[in-house]
Design a protein around this ligand. Structure first.
Ligand code: HEM
Length: 511
């Protein structure tokens, strides 16, 4: 493909049309008489410390970057609206789902493993993060374009990410690391199959579905609950990139997906997704042949059909990337009354990690930044006993009491009943329960043998072979292929043939 200029390419000429040049100042507002020449002793002489305009400017520049996200560093985002189109009050009391309600939305799409300048067309899951400014505070649905994930225990997440990032010595991406992790953690099989299938490189961000991925809990106003999965079905055509095209774009147009999103919104071709839920009663969940809170598993849509909820449309580009997208901070812990966490161990791990990283990445008062502030919704008033901290630009609650409980009209609970979390009965032995062998192959087998067609199976094999050939340690390759042979014998044999290794043997898992 060749790149035609789109609206993003005309951003500066457009700015010029509507803006006049203004007097340049320092950050303190002092008008400047020269912004191109530092103060020196003589025309060729050394620079003076008294050039405070220069010193201020370079010191400010030195601090321009915040740390990039530890994962999902490269991404683009936009704003829009979510409209609840269908009544689901029988299962959920959250006001965001009251039929007819419109809620402002911020959204960010991303790749996972690459740095903030990396190519958009790399083979990688795509982040699909939605922030809704609801009347009951922020709801962040922080999912991916795949309904499942690589691991089911949060203790393994960091390990998985290390294997996808750079080799600690060479600082290069390393195929041995990727496939060694896989061969030793067969729970990643389902997600590896999806990743190396045609769905592994979506064409931009507009042509893919999104998923909440985890099982969540929904509670209605009678305090009854169901388990739920969120599906964001793409209203555009699903489109994926051929590996060859993706590689070409990685060199020629590394920001392909960002530009496609920006341009489509600027052209008023607004992308949209329709939200569906799958609900499962607690009794049904207990009868499933697998753990309903295992993030490597899906719920069958035949057994648990999709139910329509509403529509999300993106119709507004950011005015400024850094303040509105780089500083955007999502957390799966942000849920309004009516949506709650399930016992999914991965979700439980994530509940802690996001705001923890954001306090480091952006700062303790990151929620005061307008895009993160729940008060973006005028019906929300944040009332806490949290105070102070660096760069606190809020009113800091003025003279309101800063301790609880008090007799001086500080914020208090007005309705325990309406806002209390759903209570659950949980009992069990504390332990580190092994889940490594929790059926790693049944659903991947269905994906490989039934969901994919012949061409799809050929593509997955070729995509995997191409990457496995980059492993210099043949034991790593043998182990990975042996794991994949558990999905389907023929799959394993074909991979072994193409990679010129012995037919796969059973491997013993490290515990
Ligand atoms: C970003 C941790 C699993 C989707 C992040 C960030 C962290 C993180 C620390 C950076 C956040 C920031 O700097 O603002 C974890 C941990 C996980 C986990 C500890 C497992 C235990 C997942 C899963 C999904 C997911 C399973 C999808 C289903 C995302 C997305 C972002 C992200 C979409 C980017 C959000 C944005 O656009 O700002 N994750 N993650 N993560 N994660 Fe996870």
């Amino acid at each position: 493909p060749t790149k035609e200029p789109g609206p993003a390419d005309f951003q500066l000429p457009e700015f010029k049309k509507s803006h006049k040049t203004e007097q340049l100042t320092t950050g303190w507002g002092r008008p400047l008489g020269d912004r191109a020449n530092v103060q020196t002793v003589g025309p060729r002489g050394p620079v003076l410390l008294q050039d405070v305009a220069y010193i201020e400017d370079i010191a400010r520049f030195d601090r321009e970057r915040v740390p990039e996200r530890v994962v999902h560093a490269k991404g683009g985002g936009a704003f829009g609206v979510f409209e609840a189109t269908d009544d689901i009050s029988d299962v959920c009391k959250a006001k965001v789902f009251k039929k007819g309600t419109q809620t402002r939305v911020a959204m960010r799409f991303s790749t996972v493993a690459g740095e903030s300048g990396s190519a958009d067309s790399n083979r990688d899951p795509r982040g699909f993060a939605i922030k809704m400014y609801t009347d009951e505070g922020i709801w962040d649905c922080v999912g991916n374009n795949t309904p499942i994930f690589f691991v089911r225990d949060p203790f393994l997440f960091q390990m998985f990410i290390h294997s996808q990032k750079r080799n600690p010595k060479t600082h290069l991406k390393d195929a041995n690391m990727v496939w060694d992790f896989f061969g030793n953690n067969p729970q990643a099989t389902h997600q590896f199959l999806i990743l190396y299938s045609d769905r592994g490189i979506p064409d931009g961000f507009r042509h893919m579905h999104g998923y909440g991925s985890h099982t969540f809990k929904m509670v209605n106003d009678k305090n009854d609950f169901v388990w739920v999965k969120f599906h964001w079905r793409c209203d555009q055509k699903i489109k994926n990139l051929e590996p060859k095209t993706a590689k070409f774009l990685a060199g020629e147009q590394p920001d392909y997906a960002l530009q496609d999103l920006f341009d489509s919104i600027a052209r008023k071709d607004y992308p949209s997704w329709t939200l569906y839920i799958q609900t499962v009663t607690d009794a049904q969940a207990k009868n499933l042949p697998y753990n309903p809170f295992d993030l490597t598993k899906i719920f069958s849509q035949k057994e648990f059909p999709l139910r329509k909820v509403g529509k999300l449309t993106l119709n507004e580009n950011p005015e400024n990337y850094f303040t509105q997208i780089e500083q955007l901070a999502f957390s799966p812990a942000n849920m309004p009354p009516g949506i709650e966490a399930s016992p999914d161990k991965m979700l439980q791990g994530r509940l802690f990690s996001y705001t923890d990283t954001q306090r480091h990445r952006i700062g303790a008062n990151f929620m005061l930044i307008p895009v993160n502030n729940p008060e973006t919704n005028k019906n929300v008033k944040v009332c806490t006993y949290q105070r102070d901290g660096p760069m606190n630009t809020s009113h800091n609650y003025g003279g309101c009491p800063n301790y609880y409980r008090n007799e001086f009209h500080g914020p208090d609970v007005t309705s325990r009943q309406a806002h209390l979390e759903h209570a659950m009965y949980e009992v069990g032995m504390t332990d580190r329960y092994q889940s490594e062998d929790d059926d790693n192959y049944t659903q991947p087998r269905v994906f490989y043998t039934q969901v994919l067609d012949d061409q799809g199976r050929k593509n997955i094999i070729n995509n995997m072979v191409e990457h496995l050939e980059q492993c210099t340690d043949k034991e790593v390759v043998k182990r990975a292929v042996a794991v994949l042979a558990n999905v389907d014998d023929d799959f394993g044999r074909t991979l072994a043939q193409k990679l010129k290794i012995d037919p796969p043997k059973k491997v013993r898992l490290r515990k």
